[in-house]
Structures are given as structure tokens and as C-alpha cells.
Design a binder for this molecule. Structure first.
Ligand SMILES: [Zn+2]
Length: 107
């Protein structure tokens, strides 16, 4: 079972208390952008096999959104952080590189 730490409540929660929200750190392309950029914003996702940055909502707790870095193959969690963060924090990236030497962020 997947368990994640809610950075707002400071509690460890299991996935039955959480709602997935898809890929994190998407660049929003709204009306006025070209069609390809808007299409990619709406429909294109990395869906990697391995390290992934995701949005989660603590639906049966504080109700807030937060972000998590985890491995989609093993469910290993590298860390969670506040949803207002535009890029993964350095300590999360360091934790990933420590356990996955040679890993690089796709974008
Ligand atoms: Zn919470």
C-alpha cells in the first residue's frame, strides 16, 4: 500500500485518505497559446516508469493539495512537499539521486 506524508498535517497517510491529481509541475498553456502547446497541456503526460512527480490531495484529512516524488515501479517515496512549489526542492532531488544514481529529470 502506498503511504505518503502530508506536509501540512505532518502525518503519514495511506492512499485510502488521498486522491491522486496527476502529474505535477505542468506548464499551463491557456487560451491565446498555440494549438499544439494547448493540446499538450491538456492531454500529454510523461507517465514514466520510474521516478514521477505527482499531485495528491489529502481528501480525508486537511483537504489540501501537495506534491510527491515517487517511483511508479516500486512505490518508493522520495519525499513530499507543498503544492505551491514550482520545482522539486533540492533535498527531494538529492534523495532521488542518492537512490537512483544517474537519474536526470526529463524536463
Ligand atoms: Zn493533510
Amino acid at each position: 500500500m502506498l503511504t505518503l506524508h502530508c506536509p501540512y498535517c505532518d502525518v503519514q497517510t495511506d492512499e485510502t485518505e488521498l486522491t491522486p491529481g496527476g502529474e505535477a509541475h505542468l506548464t499551463r498553456h491557456g487560451p491565446g497559446s498555440d494549438d499544439d502547446a494547448f493540446h499538450d497541456y491538456l492531454f500529454s503526460r510523461a507517465n514514466p516508469r520510474g521516478v514521477h512527480f505527482e499531485r495528491w490531495r489529502h481528501g480525508y484529512g486537511c483537504g489540501k493539495w501537495f506534491l510527491a516524488a515517487r517511483d511508479t515501479r516500486t512505490l518508493e517515496v522520495f519525499g513530499t512537499y507543498e503544492a505551491q512549489t514550482t520545482e522539486p526542492p533540492d533535498h527531494i532531488l538529492a534523495a532521488i539521486r542518492d537512490k537512483r544514481p544517474g537519474w536526470t529529470r526529463a524536463s
